[in-house]
Design a protein around this ligand. Structure first.
Ligand SMILES: CC(=O)N[C@H]1[C@@H](OP(=O)(O)OP(=O)(O)OC[C@H]2O[C@@H](n3ccc(=O)[nH]c3=O)[C@H](O)[C@@H]2O)O[C@H](CO)[C@@H](O)[C@@H]1O
Ligand SMILES: C=C(OP(=O)(O)O)C(=O)O
Length: 427
């Protein structure tokens, strides 16, 4: 199994190209199931989850072809063709490894009137239920049956009528599934209390490029006129705001300066506001977001929230950064009940963090010390990398496969800006 080795202490300096967003890519790929014409996605990140989703689409009868497979190619181009679906089942073996697999539910029911998807179960960051996805399918007219760990959704008569979906809490995944099901419904649909994340906007824009009729994009009320069919399209995946934010934290903790090339500041307002409050300088430049930290870090009080609030996917990286702040920070996680798996690992590196319920108090320390630590989930892993970059001595991060789900060529990107980091393989 691979490990990442970091010898901390180098100030990061230079340019990092921001990849296409994992969380957008994984909701754009299932759009290919909505049409019998090819969907070409540009700027797809080279990630284990993207490969995994391609595999799932292949199981359903789609063919996937990739351009840009040379190591130096950032941003691959994938064309997905789903002339005919050969299966409507997302099996347990794939869904358990990749929660985003649930996102085939909406498009399969929308296109073919039927889907069978394994229930995803819990994961390292907590219980991640799908009841809202199922309620949304029902509101659009599907009949739902749960058997033997699978959910089966069927549109009576083969096509969803459409309907009003009103979410009691904001759910990114359920909003995505509802959108992908509603675009091919017989009648109009409304999604109330919809998620407003930039990845939802990216999904809507791609669906519109495929011929869907959607209004209220980026607001909490989305209206959809169902279409008889959608056509193919070519669409560019948005830049990864979480990757960009992660490298911003890495620059800040090392007192360095980075140009995050291609990052879109408009998608990152809450992250930028938090960085600025912590004393980091952030400038929007022509092709990049420039981040620099020269005068130490100030403590913060932060609470995660749906967009436009502070993203849960940035909590672990900020926590790592704030371990070196000049005072005590308070972070509150409101989205997931167990997203503090990185705390004991950061403590092994000398961090002073106390968790009480959903909040964590992070008291800044003078130094972090390298240690052997274990990645537990994607963003937790990145928090250990960030801490390792500032720690004295060597940090070894194991279970790197978590990082490979969401950070394209992490060690290459960090090496290029001065980090002493490498991947070691135990064979
Ligand atoms: C609102 C929010 O910040 N969503 C995050 C969530 O999206 P993801 O789509 O995974 O999760 P949701 O947005 O659906 O979850 C939001 C909240 O709703 C609850 N819930 C969700 C679905 C459901 O059927 N029933 C239910 O109760 C969840 O437990 C959670 O407390 O994790 C992703 C990966 O970390 C992040 O990129 C998203 O930003
Ligand atoms: C937890 C994450 O992703 P996933 O929902 O794919 O597990 C994430 O992007 O931080």
């Amino acid at each position: 199994m691979d490990r990442i080795l970091i010898r901390g202490g180098n100030r990061l300096s230079g340019r990092i190209a921001i990849s296409g967003a994992k969380n957008a890519a994984l909701t754009l790929m299932p759009c290919a199931l909505l049409t019998d014409e090819p969907l070409t996605l540009r700027n797809l990140p080279r990630l284990a989850d993207v490969d995994g989703f391609g595999h799932l689409l292949n199981q359903l009868g789609a063919s996937t072809s990739i351009e840009g497979t040379r190591p130096e190619d950032f941003g691959r181009v994938m064309t997905i063709r789903t002339g005919r679906l050969t299966s409507t089942e997302a099996p347990y073996d794939i869904v358990r490894k990749m929660r985003a697999s649930i996102l085939v539910l909406g498009p399969l029911v929308g296109r073919g009137g039927e889907a069978t998807v394994s229930l995803p179960g819990g994961c390292a960051i907590g219980n991640r239920p799908i009841d809202l996805h199922l309620k949304a399918m029902e509101a659009l007219g599907a009949e739902i049956e749960l058997t033997a760990g699978y959910v089966k959704a069927v549109a009576p008569g083969g096509r969803l009528p459409g309907g009003r979906v009103s979410f009691p809490v904001v759910s990114v995944g359920a909003t995505e599934n509802a959108l992908m099901a509603a675009v091919l419904a017989k009648g109009p649909s409304v999604i109330e209390n919809a998620a407003r994340e930039p990845e939802i906007v990216d999904l809507c824009n791609c669906l519109v490029a495929m011929g869907a009729s959607i209004s209220g994009i980026g607001t909490e009320t989305i209206e959809i006129e169902g279409r008889d069919r959608l056509h193919g399209a070519t669409y560019r995946v948005m830049p990864d705001r979480i990757e960009a934010g992660s490298y911003a934290c890495a620059a800040a903790i090392t007192g360095g300066a980075l140009d995050l090339v291609g990052a879109n500041a408009a998608d990152m307002r809450a992250t930028i506001a938090a960085l600025v409050e912590a004393g980091v300088t952030v400038e929007e430049r022509k092709d990049a977001l420039h981040v620099s930290a020269a005068n130490g870090l100030q403590p913060l009080t932060l609470s995660t929230a749906p967009f436009p609030g502070f993203a849960t996917d940035m909590q672990a990286q900020f926590m790592a950064m704030l371990t070196r702040a000049d005072g005590a920070s308070v972070l509150t996680e409101t989205i997931f009940e167990n997203r503090y798996m990185h705390v004991p690992e950061l403590a092994r590196m000398g961090a002073d963090i106390t968790v009480k319920g959903r909040s964590a108090v992070v008291r800044g320390v003078d130094r972090l010390v390298g240690a052997q630590v274990m990645a537990t989930d994607l963003r937790a892993s990145m928090s250990l990398i960030i801490a390792g970059l500032a720690a004295e001595g060597e940090t070894q991060v194991s279970r790197v496969y978590h990082l490979d789900r969401g950070y394209e060529r992490l060690e290459e990107k960090l090496q290029a800006v001065g980090a002493d980091i490498e991947r070691a393989s135990d064979g």
